[in-house]
Design a protein around this ligand. Structure first.
Ligand SMILES: [Zn+2]
Length: 80
């Protein structure tokens, strides 16, 4: 598992939202658009205000591995 796609494009971020990918795993089911595989990505989102972390939250994001669509409503249609 080589999950280091370091995109250090020199964008200084003082305030805003930082996201860190914790892990990707295969989700059950298939993409409603193309029928491809679905990947569940656990993301840790951190809101930073002038280098002070304000709040942190982990969320799971679903995306199709074939057509790369973000499946925003995916958890709602998990029961098939
Ligand atoms: Zn798809």
């Amino acid at each position: 598992m080589a999950g280091t796609a370091a995109a250090s494009s020199g964008a200084a971020m003082l305030c805003g939202k930082e996201e860190k990918v914790l892990g990707v795993q295969k989700a059950p089911g298939s993409c409603p658009y193309c029928g491809g595989g679905v990947a569940a990505t656990d993301v840790e989102a951190k809101w930073v205000l002038c280098c002070l972390p304000l709040c942190r939250k982990t969320k799971r994001r679903f995306a199709c591995t074939a057509c790369a669509r973000r499946l925003v409503t995916y958890p709602a249609i998990l029961h098939d």
